[in-house]
Design a protein around this ligand. Structure first.
Ligand SMILES: [Zn+2]
Length: 444
Protein backbone atom coordinates (compact mmCIF):
# COMPACT_ATOMS: atom_id res chain seq x y z
CA UNK A 1 0.00 0.00 0.00
CA UNK A 2 1.17 3.44 -0.73
CA UNK A 3 1.82 5.86 2.01
CA UNK A 4 -0.62 8.59 2.55
CA UNK A 5 1.17 11.22 4.48
CA UNK A 6 4.29 9.60 5.68
CA UNK A 7 4.57 6.98 8.28
CA UNK A 8 4.57 7.11 12.00
CA UNK A 9 5.58 3.97 13.68
CA UNK A 10 4.96 3.79 17.32
CA UNK A 11 7.33 1.55 19.10
CA UNK A 12 6.74 0.44 22.53
CA UNK A 13 9.14 -1.60 24.30
CA UNK A 14 11.97 -1.73 26.45
CA UNK A 15 12.67 -4.30 23.95
CA UNK A 16 13.26 -3.85 20.42
CA UNK A 17 10.14 -3.51 18.57
CA UNK A 18 10.62 -4.06 14.97
CA UNK A 19 11.07 -1.65 12.32
CA UNK A 20 12.52 -3.09 9.39
CA UNK A 21 10.79 -1.40 6.71
CA UNK A 22 10.75 1.49 8.92
CA UNK A 23 12.58 3.29 6.36
CA UNK A 24 11.34 6.18 8.36
CA UNK A 25 13.93 8.30 9.89
CA UNK A 26 13.82 10.40 12.95
CA UNK A 27 13.17 8.75 16.26
CA UNK A 28 11.56 10.69 19.05
CA UNK A 29 11.71 9.26 22.54
CA UNK A 30 8.48 9.83 24.43
CA UNK A 31 9.61 8.01 27.57
CA UNK A 32 10.55 9.64 30.84
CA UNK A 33 13.67 8.50 32.62
CA UNK A 34 13.16 6.18 35.57
CA UNK A 35 14.89 7.87 38.49
CA UNK A 36 13.98 9.27 41.88
CA UNK A 37 12.01 12.09 40.26
CA UNK A 38 9.78 9.80 38.18
CA UNK A 39 6.12 10.24 39.10
CA UNK A 40 4.13 7.28 40.38
CA UNK A 41 0.45 7.03 41.11
CA UNK A 42 -0.11 8.44 44.61
CA UNK A 43 0.50 5.76 47.19
CA UNK A 44 2.38 3.42 44.84
CA UNK A 45 5.96 2.37 45.54
CA UNK A 46 8.17 4.82 43.61
CA UNK A 47 11.22 3.98 41.55
CA UNK A 48 14.28 3.19 43.61
CA UNK A 49 17.75 2.45 42.34
CA UNK A 50 20.16 0.99 44.88
CA UNK A 51 23.83 0.67 43.98
CA UNK A 52 25.09 -2.82 44.77
CA UNK A 53 28.56 -2.34 43.40
CA UNK A 54 30.54 0.52 41.97
CA UNK A 55 34.30 0.50 41.84
CA UNK A 56 37.53 -0.71 40.36
CA UNK A 57 38.08 -4.45 40.72
CA UNK A 58 41.32 -6.27 40.03
CA UNK A 59 40.69 -6.72 36.31
CA UNK A 60 37.86 -4.38 35.52
CA UNK A 61 35.56 -1.58 36.62
CA UNK A 62 32.31 -2.98 37.97
CA UNK A 63 29.02 -1.16 38.39
CA UNK A 64 25.65 -2.74 39.12
CA UNK A 65 22.41 -1.67 40.75
CA UNK A 66 19.16 -3.16 41.91
CA UNK A 67 15.92 -1.38 41.26
CA UNK A 68 12.44 -1.66 42.62
CA UNK A 69 9.23 0.06 41.67
CA UNK A 70 5.56 -0.51 41.30
CA UNK A 71 4.26 -1.11 37.80
CA UNK A 72 2.20 2.01 37.35
CA UNK A 73 4.55 4.93 37.27
CA UNK A 74 6.75 6.72 34.82
CA UNK A 75 5.99 6.10 31.16
CA UNK A 76 4.32 2.73 31.34
CA UNK A 77 1.84 0.37 29.79
CA UNK A 78 -1.38 -0.78 31.40
CA UNK A 79 -2.07 -4.31 30.24
CA UNK A 80 -5.74 -5.18 29.84
CA UNK A 81 -5.41 -7.40 32.92
CA UNK A 82 -4.94 -4.24 35.00
CA UNK A 83 -8.70 -3.58 35.00
CA UNK A 84 -10.19 -6.67 33.38
CA UNK A 85 -10.07 -10.15 34.85
CA UNK A 86 -8.63 -12.53 32.29
CA UNK A 87 -7.44 -9.75 29.99
CA UNK A 88 -3.98 -9.96 28.48
CA UNK A 89 -1.08 -9.52 30.84
CA UNK A 90 1.95 -7.67 29.47
CA UNK A 91 3.66 -10.81 28.24
CA UNK A 92 0.52 -11.94 26.41
CA UNK A 93 -0.02 -8.87 24.23
CA UNK A 94 0.76 -9.90 20.65
CA UNK A 95 3.98 -8.36 19.41
CA UNK A 96 2.38 -7.00 16.24
CA UNK A 97 0.28 -4.71 18.42
CA UNK A 98 3.35 -3.13 19.95
CA UNK A 99 4.62 -1.60 16.74
CA UNK A 100 1.82 0.37 15.23
CA UNK A 101 0.60 3.42 13.41
CA UNK A 102 0.48 6.48 15.61
CA UNK A 103 -2.63 8.62 15.38
CA UNK A 104 -2.74 11.76 17.48
CA UNK A 105 -5.59 13.92 18.73
CA UNK A 106 -4.63 17.17 20.39
CA UNK A 107 -6.97 18.55 23.04
CA UNK A 108 -4.44 20.94 24.52
CA UNK A 109 -6.50 24.11 23.99
CA UNK A 110 -9.38 22.79 26.00
CA UNK A 111 -7.25 20.97 28.60
CA UNK A 112 -5.20 23.98 29.46
CA UNK A 113 -8.32 25.96 30.20
CA UNK A 114 -10.10 23.21 32.12
CA UNK A 115 -8.05 20.47 33.82
CA UNK A 116 -11.11 18.21 33.92
CA UNK A 117 -11.43 18.12 30.12
CA UNK A 118 -11.98 14.82 28.36
CA UNK A 119 -11.60 13.34 24.90
CA UNK A 120 -15.09 13.10 23.39
CA UNK A 121 -16.78 11.26 20.50
CA UNK A 122 -16.74 14.59 18.65
CA UNK A 123 -12.95 14.66 18.80
CA UNK A 124 -12.84 11.21 17.20
CA UNK A 125 -15.33 12.24 14.53
CA UNK A 126 -13.29 15.36 13.74
CA UNK A 127 -10.13 13.33 13.34
CA UNK A 128 -11.83 10.85 11.03
CA UNK A 129 -13.37 13.58 8.95
CA UNK A 130 -9.89 14.90 8.28
CA UNK A 131 -7.88 11.70 8.07
CA UNK A 132 -10.23 8.80 7.39
CA UNK A 133 -10.56 5.66 9.44
CA UNK A 134 -7.93 4.33 11.79
CA UNK A 135 -5.79 1.63 10.18
CA UNK A 136 -4.94 -1.54 12.08
CA UNK A 137 -2.81 -1.56 14.14
CA UNK A 138 -3.18 1.97 15.48
CA UNK A 139 -2.31 3.39 18.86
CA UNK A 140 -4.25 6.57 19.44
CA UNK A 141 -2.26 9.20 21.29
CA UNK A 142 -4.18 11.85 23.16
CA UNK A 143 -2.21 15.01 23.75
CA UNK A 144 -3.38 17.27 26.56
CA UNK A 145 -0.20 19.32 26.78
CA UNK A 146 0.32 18.25 30.41
CA UNK A 147 3.71 16.68 29.77
CA UNK A 148 5.24 20.05 30.59
CA UNK A 149 4.15 19.63 34.21
CA UNK A 150 6.06 16.37 34.70
CA UNK A 151 8.60 17.94 37.01
CA UNK A 152 5.87 19.52 39.16
CA UNK A 153 3.90 16.66 40.67
CA UNK A 154 1.32 18.91 42.29
CA UNK A 155 0.47 20.48 38.97
CA UNK A 156 0.78 17.24 37.02
CA UNK A 157 -1.72 15.41 39.23
CA UNK A 158 -3.80 18.53 39.75
CA UNK A 159 -3.67 18.21 43.52
CA UNK A 160 -5.59 20.78 45.46
CA UNK A 161 -2.78 21.44 47.88
CA UNK A 162 0.74 20.32 48.59
CA UNK A 163 -0.11 18.03 51.47
CA UNK A 164 -2.37 15.77 49.49
CA UNK A 165 0.35 13.43 48.26
CA UNK A 166 1.75 12.80 51.72
CA UNK A 167 -1.68 12.31 53.19
CA UNK A 168 -2.55 9.82 50.56
CA UNK A 169 0.59 7.75 50.93
CA UNK A 170 -0.22 6.72 54.47
CA UNK A 171 -3.80 5.95 53.86
CA UNK A 172 -6.64 4.69 51.78
CA UNK A 173 -8.08 8.09 51.01
CA UNK A 174 -7.45 8.94 47.38
CA UNK A 175 -6.67 12.62 47.02
CA UNK A 176 -8.72 14.77 44.73
CA UNK A 177 -7.02 14.86 41.36
CA UNK A 178 -7.58 17.08 38.36
CA UNK A 179 -6.06 16.28 35.00
CA UNK A 180 -7.64 15.60 31.59
CA UNK A 181 -8.36 12.12 30.27
CA UNK A 182 -10.29 9.98 27.82
CA UNK A 183 -14.03 10.18 28.43
CA UNK A 184 -16.10 7.03 28.78
CA UNK A 185 -18.09 7.67 25.61
CA UNK A 186 -14.97 8.09 23.50
CA UNK A 187 -13.51 5.01 25.16
CA UNK A 188 -16.50 2.97 24.06
CA UNK A 189 -15.99 4.00 20.44
CA UNK A 190 -12.27 3.16 20.67
CA UNK A 191 -12.99 -0.18 22.33
CA UNK A 192 -15.32 -1.06 19.46
CA UNK A 193 -12.89 -0.05 16.71
CA UNK A 194 -10.90 -3.13 15.66
CA UNK A 195 -8.16 -0.92 14.20
CA UNK A 196 -7.29 0.47 17.63
CA UNK A 197 -4.89 -1.65 19.67
CA UNK A 198 -4.15 0.81 22.44
CA UNK A 199 -4.45 4.38 23.66
CA UNK A 200 -1.72 6.63 25.04
CA UNK A 201 -1.95 9.87 27.00
CA UNK A 202 0.41 12.46 28.53
CA UNK A 203 -1.22 12.31 31.96
CA UNK A 204 -1.06 9.79 34.84
CA UNK A 205 -4.18 7.93 33.75
CA UNK A 206 -6.51 7.03 30.88
CA UNK A 207 -9.45 8.33 32.88
CA UNK A 208 -9.54 11.99 33.88
CA UNK A 209 -8.21 12.69 37.36
CA UNK A 210 -11.64 13.32 38.81
CA UNK A 211 -13.01 9.93 37.72
CA UNK A 212 -13.95 7.77 40.67
CA UNK A 213 -14.95 4.55 38.92
CA UNK A 214 -12.38 4.44 36.11
CA UNK A 215 -14.89 3.68 33.34
CA UNK A 216 -12.39 4.29 30.55
CA UNK A 217 -9.93 1.78 32.01
CA UNK A 218 -12.69 -0.81 32.27
CA UNK A 219 -14.14 -0.22 28.82
CA UNK A 220 -10.82 -0.24 26.96
CA UNK A 221 -9.19 -3.09 28.84
CA UNK A 222 -12.28 -5.29 28.62
CA UNK A 223 -11.74 -5.08 24.85
CA UNK A 224 -8.11 -6.16 25.32
CA UNK A 225 -6.74 -2.78 24.30
CA UNK A 226 -3.82 -1.48 26.31
CA UNK A 227 -3.13 1.93 27.81
CA UNK A 228 0.02 4.03 27.80
CA UNK A 229 0.20 6.51 30.62
CA UNK A 230 2.63 9.31 31.40
CA UNK A 231 3.64 9.48 27.77
CA UNK A 232 6.12 12.30 27.22
CA UNK A 233 5.99 15.43 25.09
CA UNK A 234 4.04 14.66 21.91
CA UNK A 235 4.24 18.15 20.45
CA UNK A 236 6.16 16.93 17.40
CA UNK A 237 3.90 13.99 16.63
CA UNK A 238 1.65 14.56 13.61
CA UNK A 239 -2.08 13.78 13.61
CA UNK A 240 -1.55 10.82 11.39
CA UNK A 241 1.23 8.77 10.11
CA UNK A 242 -0.17 6.77 7.34
CA UNK A 243 -0.04 3.36 5.96
CA UNK A 244 2.25 0.73 7.16
CA UNK A 245 5.31 0.15 5.09
CA UNK A 246 5.84 -3.49 5.81
CA UNK A 247 3.68 -6.52 5.94
CA UNK A 248 2.67 -7.15 9.50
CA UNK A 249 2.42 -10.88 9.06
CA UNK A 250 6.14 -11.00 8.61
CA UNK A 251 6.89 -9.52 11.97
CA UNK A 252 8.33 -12.08 14.26
CA UNK A 253 9.39 -11.77 17.82
CA UNK A 254 12.87 -12.89 18.64
CA UNK A 255 12.09 -13.30 22.24
CA UNK A 256 11.63 -11.67 25.48
CA UNK A 257 14.89 -11.63 27.27
CA UNK A 258 13.31 -13.53 30.10
CA UNK A 259 13.39 -10.39 32.14
CA UNK A 260 10.42 -8.53 33.44
CA UNK A 261 8.65 -6.04 31.32
CA UNK A 262 8.11 -3.73 34.19
CA UNK A 263 8.29 -0.78 31.93
CA UNK A 264 8.92 -0.03 28.38
CA UNK A 265 10.25 2.78 26.32
CA UNK A 266 8.01 4.56 23.96
CA UNK A 267 9.35 5.73 20.69
CA UNK A 268 7.94 7.38 17.70
CA UNK A 269 9.50 7.81 14.36
CA UNK A 270 8.50 10.44 11.89
CA UNK A 271 8.84 9.88 8.24
CA UNK A 272 11.90 11.44 6.72
CA UNK A 273 14.04 10.66 3.75
CA UNK A 274 16.77 9.08 5.81
CA UNK A 275 16.50 5.40 6.53
CA UNK A 276 17.55 4.15 9.90
CA UNK A 277 17.15 0.76 11.44
CA UNK A 278 19.35 -1.69 13.18
CA UNK A 279 20.53 -4.67 11.24
CA UNK A 280 20.60 -8.02 12.93
CA UNK A 281 23.59 -10.12 11.92
CA UNK A 282 23.69 -13.63 13.28
CA UNK A 283 26.53 -16.07 13.75
CA UNK A 284 25.55 -19.57 14.78
CA UNK A 285 28.05 -21.55 16.82
CA UNK A 286 25.54 -24.12 18.05
CA UNK A 287 27.37 -27.17 16.65
CA UNK A 288 30.49 -26.38 18.59
CA UNK A 289 28.73 -25.09 21.69
CA UNK A 290 26.61 -28.15 22.14
CA UNK A 291 29.71 -30.35 22.12
CA UNK A 292 31.82 -28.11 24.33
CA UNK A 293 30.09 -25.74 26.76
CA UNK A 294 33.26 -23.64 26.98
CA UNK A 295 33.19 -22.78 23.26
CA UNK A 296 33.74 -19.20 22.19
CA UNK A 297 33.10 -17.01 19.18
CA UNK A 298 36.44 -16.54 17.40
CA UNK A 299 37.90 -14.15 14.81
CA UNK A 300 37.55 -17.02 12.30
CA UNK A 301 33.80 -17.02 12.83
CA UNK A 302 33.72 -13.31 12.03
CA UNK A 303 35.90 -13.82 8.95
CA UNK A 304 33.65 -16.63 7.72
CA UNK A 305 30.55 -14.50 8.10
CA UNK A 306 32.13 -11.62 6.20
CA UNK A 307 33.33 -13.89 3.42
CA UNK A 308 29.74 -14.93 2.84
CA UNK A 309 27.88 -11.71 3.54
CA UNK A 310 30.29 -8.80 3.23
CA UNK A 311 30.99 -6.21 5.89
CA UNK A 312 28.66 -5.37 8.74
CA UNK A 313 26.48 -2.35 7.94
CA UNK A 314 26.02 0.39 10.50
CA UNK A 315 24.12 0.08 12.78
CA UNK A 316 24.44 -3.67 13.36
CA UNK A 317 23.76 -5.70 16.46
CA UNK A 318 25.61 -8.99 16.15
CA UNK A 319 23.67 -11.91 17.58
CA UNK A 320 25.65 -14.95 18.63
CA UNK A 321 23.56 -18.11 18.76
CA UNK A 322 24.87 -20.93 20.89
CA UNK A 323 21.63 -22.91 21.03
CA UNK A 324 21.54 -22.60 24.83
CA UNK A 325 18.19 -20.81 24.93
CA UNK A 326 16.57 -24.24 25.20
CA UNK A 327 18.06 -24.64 28.69
CA UNK A 328 16.38 -21.47 30.03
CA UNK A 329 13.99 -23.43 32.25
CA UNK A 330 16.83 -25.55 33.68
CA UNK A 331 18.96 -23.23 35.77
CA UNK A 332 21.75 -25.74 36.42
CA UNK A 333 22.13 -26.55 32.75
CA UNK A 334 21.79 -22.97 31.56
CA UNK A 335 24.60 -21.75 33.81
CA UNK A 336 26.58 -24.96 33.42
CA UNK A 337 26.87 -25.65 37.12
CA UNK A 338 28.92 -28.75 37.81
CA UNK A 339 26.30 -30.18 40.10
CA UNK A 340 23.21 -29.30 42.02
CA UNK A 341 25.09 -28.31 45.16
CA UNK A 342 26.72 -25.52 43.21
CA UNK A 343 23.39 -23.80 42.97
CA UNK A 344 23.07 -23.80 46.74
CA UNK A 345 26.58 -22.52 47.20
CA UNK A 346 25.86 -19.83 44.71
CA UNK A 347 22.66 -18.77 46.36
CA UNK A 348 24.50 -18.49 49.67
CA UNK A 349 26.51 -15.84 47.95
CA UNK A 350 29.80 -17.19 49.21
CA UNK A 351 32.10 -17.66 46.27
CA UNK A 352 31.31 -17.47 42.59
CA UNK A 353 30.50 -20.97 41.40
CA UNK A 354 32.21 -22.53 38.42
CA UNK A 355 30.14 -21.82 35.34
CA UNK A 356 30.23 -23.37 31.91
CA UNK A 357 28.44 -21.81 28.98
CA UNK A 358 29.69 -20.49 25.64
CA UNK A 359 30.51 -16.85 25.00
CA UNK A 360 32.30 -14.33 22.84
CA UNK A 361 36.07 -14.80 23.00
CA UNK A 362 38.37 -11.90 23.86
CA UNK A 363 39.91 -11.80 20.38
CA UNK A 364 36.56 -11.69 18.63
CA UNK A 365 35.48 -9.10 21.18
CA UNK A 366 38.37 -6.90 20.14
CA UNK A 367 37.43 -7.10 16.45
CA UNK A 368 33.84 -6.20 17.26
CA UNK A 369 34.93 -3.31 19.47
CA UNK A 370 37.02 -1.95 16.60
CA UNK A 371 34.32 -2.30 13.94
CA UNK A 372 32.41 1.01 13.72
CA UNK A 373 29.41 -0.76 12.15
CA UNK A 374 28.81 -2.79 15.30
CA UNK A 375 26.75 -1.02 17.96
CA UNK A 376 26.17 -3.96 20.25
CA UNK A 377 26.13 -7.72 20.60
CA UNK A 378 23.56 -10.19 21.83
CA UNK A 379 23.84 -13.76 23.03
CA UNK A 380 21.55 -16.56 24.25
CA UNK A 381 23.55 -17.18 27.42
CA UNK A 382 23.83 -15.34 30.77
CA UNK A 383 26.94 -13.42 29.71
CA UNK A 384 28.76 -12.19 26.64
CA UNK A 385 31.93 -13.66 28.15
CA UNK A 386 32.10 -17.42 28.37
CA UNK A 387 31.03 -18.88 31.73
CA UNK A 388 34.54 -19.97 32.64
CA UNK A 389 35.96 -16.49 32.13
CA UNK A 390 37.36 -14.93 35.29
CA UNK A 391 38.36 -11.51 34.02
CA UNK A 392 35.49 -10.71 31.64
CA UNK A 393 37.72 -9.43 28.82
CA UNK A 394 34.88 -9.25 26.29
CA UNK A 395 32.83 -7.06 28.61
CA UNK A 396 35.82 -4.78 29.08
CA UNK A 397 36.76 -4.46 25.41
CA UNK A 398 33.27 -3.94 24.10
CA UNK A 399 32.16 -1.57 26.83
CA UNK A 400 35.32 0.49 26.57
CA UNK A 401 34.26 1.09 22.96
CA UNK A 402 30.76 2.10 24.15
CA UNK A 403 29.05 -0.91 22.58
CA UNK A 404 26.31 -2.62 24.56
CA UNK A 405 25.64 -6.24 25.33
CA UNK A 406 22.27 -7.98 25.42
CA UNK A 407 22.29 -11.15 27.48
CA UNK A 408 19.80 -13.98 27.93
CA UNK A 409 18.40 -13.40 24.46
CA UNK A 410 15.78 -16.04 23.64
CA UNK A 411 15.56 -18.60 20.86
CA UNK A 412 17.24 -17.24 17.74
CA UNK A 413 16.71 -20.30 15.59
CA UNK A 414 14.57 -18.42 13.06
CA UNK A 415 16.92 -15.47 12.67
CA UNK A 416 18.91 -15.53 9.39
CA UNK A 417 22.62 -14.68 9.16
CA UNK A 418 21.75 -11.34 7.62
CA UNK A 419 18.74 -9.38 6.40
CA UNK A 420 16.72 -9.16 9.60
CA UNK A 421 16.02 -6.01 11.58
CA UNK A 422 16.39 -5.84 15.30
CA UNK A 423 15.13 -3.53 18.00
CA UNK A 424 16.55 -3.62 21.52
CA UNK A 425 14.86 -1.13 23.83
CA UNK A 426 16.08 -1.18 27.40
CA UNK A 427 14.02 0.22 30.23
CA UNK A 428 15.18 3.82 30.51
CA UNK A 429 16.77 3.78 33.95
CA UNK A 430 18.53 6.99 34.91
CA UNK A 431 22.12 6.08 35.74
CA UNK A 432 21.36 2.43 35.02
CA UNK A 433 24.26 0.11 34.28
CA UNK A 434 21.84 -2.36 32.70
CA UNK A 435 18.24 -3.33 32.80
CA UNK A 436 15.32 -5.29 31.39
CA UNK A 437 15.29 -5.10 27.62
CA UNK A 438 12.70 -6.20 25.12
CA UNK A 439 14.34 -7.67 22.03
CA UNK A 440 12.39 -8.10 18.85
CA UNK A 441 13.58 -9.19 15.46
CA UNK A 442 11.69 -8.64 12.27
CA UNK A 443 12.40 -11.38 9.79
CA UNK A 444 13.19 -10.30 6.25
ZN1 LIG B 1 -1.05 2.24 34.82
Amino acid sequence: MATRQGISWLLIGCWLPLMTSLEAGEWIDLSYTFDSTALYWPGELPFNLTPTSKGQQEFYWYEANTFSASEHGGTHMDAPAHFWKGGWTLDQIPVERLVANAALIDIEDRSQKDPDSILTPDDLADWKRQHGSFQYPTILLVRTGNAKYWSDSERYFGLQNGTAIEKESDGPATPELHFPGVGAEAARLLADDPAIVGVGIDTPSMDPGNAKTFPTHVILYAANKFGLENVGDMSRVPATGATRAGRRDEDEPLSDTGLQDSARGLWITRNTAEGQHEHAALIDIEDRSQKDPDSILTPDDLADWKRQHGSFQYPTILLVRTGNAKYWSDRARYFGFQNRTMIDTESNGTSAPELHFPGIGAEAGRFLADDPAIVGVGIDTPSIDAGNSKTFPTHVTLFSANKFGVENVGDMSRVPATGATILALPMKIGGGSGGPCRVLVRLP
